[in-house]
Design a binder for this molecule. Structure first.
Ligand SMILES: Cc1cc2nc3c(=O)[nH]c(=O)nc-3n(C[C@H](O)[C@H](O)[C@H](O)COP(=O)(O)OP(=O)(O)OC[C@H]3O[C@@H](n4cnc5c(N)ncnc54)[C@H](O)[C@@H]3O)c2cc1C
Length: 309
């Protein structure tokens, strides 16, 4: 049986939870659905040191506080409720979740985030948040004066390697080809950086260490020669996958599958807004997700008021 809500929010990461806080505080009925529990990508990090007002915390603790705040204002949060189907074109909007249940909404906020592309090699999952990172802005400082690797050969990998050279003692860029898929200026900058060295034509085999990361193992793609590079950190920049597959055909998506929004975070469909990492944006941080959640909720509230809903 369908249930009616003023606003249904897809995703209980920092963007979705913030949108929920603002929408419920305005006395609107709010349902937040999430595939997993609460917190999104923040639960992958043991230490968040760049959230203003909170000197240092774990991602899990920060998101549990956000979720408690959202519930206190009246949000209904349903964990382990993956949204599999979305019908948001037109005035009647609904989403299907948990394999059959359906919620009807007057407005929808998409805050399903994304996933940094993984290498899928031995040891990777064990060291995520404990040496392996996908975010230089978030974690670079933790590797001050330590040897690290950067995996990837595009603009992001090279730009982040150069920026990480402010912290790390040595950076080994590990890339699968003998050339880069990056703009010439950043390739030149990386090549001219005395802290950066290159390990090219490599297939990453895995990560090793006792408790904390100690080495990255890779093999030359042609000769098969195996190299073990001692590193205390490894930043993986091999792409980013937005969680937007259920939106195909419903909302305008970029070539990379990001939801396209305007300045008010409205999507191509009236009454549907998007916030945080799932949308087309350059910076993906907890602070930007939280800011987006605020804007998307206020825009959704304006829409409901203007439409008399
Ligand atoms: C390892 C790691 C460390 C990081 N460290 C920091 C840091 O220190 N500081 C910082 O500012 N940023 C950090 N970031 C980035 C930060 O976590 C993200 O920018 C932020 O979490 C994005 O918030 P979001 O709400 O947009 O998306 P997410 O956090 O990705 O949340 C999206 C939620 O939507 C859910 N979802 C997805 N698909 C569906 C679906 N079909 N139906 C229902 N629910 C769905 C997901 O389960 C998830 O809970 C880190 C990221 C990673 C991966």
């Amino acid at each position: 049986m369908a249930t009616d809500y003023d606003i249904v929010i897809l995703g209980a990461g920092p963007a979705g939870l913030t949108a929920g806080i603002y929408a419920a505080r305005a006395h609107r009925s709010v349902l937040i659905l999430d595939t997993a529990s609460v917190g999104g990508q923040t639960v992958l990090t043991d230490q968040v040191a760049n959230y203003p007002g909170v000197a240092t915390t774990s991602g899990r603790a920060l998101s549990q506080t956000m979720a408690a705040q959202a519930r206190a204002f009246g949000c209904t949060i349903v964990p382990f409720a993956r949204v599999s189907d979305v019908a948001v074109t037109g005035a009647e909007k609904s989403v299907a979740y948990r394999g059959g249940e359906r919620a009807r909404a007057r407005a929808v906020i998409v805050a399903t985030g994304g996933t940094p592309r993984r290498l899928g090699v031995e040891g990777e999952e064990r060291f995520v948040g404990r040496g392996i990172s996908f975010c230089a802005t978030c974690d670079g400082e933790f590797f001050t004066d330590r040897p690290i690797a950067v995996v990837g050969g595009g603009n992001s990998a090279l730009e982040e390697a150069v920026s990480l050279s402010r912290f790390a003692s040595r950076i080994t860029i590990v890339h699968e080809f003998d050339h880069f898929q990056a703009e010439p200026w950043i390739v030149a900058e990386a090549r001219g950086n005395p802290k950066i060295e290159f390990l090219l034509s490599q297939r990453v085999l895995g990560f090793a260490g006792d408790g904390s990361l100690a080495a990255l193992r890779s093999a030359h793609r042609e000769t098969g020669e195996v190299t073990e590079t001692p590193v205390e950190g490894c930043f993986v920049f091999i792409g980013y996958v937005p969680n937007s597959s259920m939106l195909e055909g419903q909302l305008k998506l970029s070539e990379r599958g990001e939801v396209v929004t305007d300045g008010a975070l409205a999507t191509s469909e009236p009454g549907v807004f998007a916030a945080g990492d799932v949308r087309q944006t350059r910076v993906r941080q907890i602070t930007t997700a939280v800011a987006d959640g605020t804007v998307a909720a206020l825009s959704a509230l304006d829409y409901l008021n203007e439409e008399g809903l």
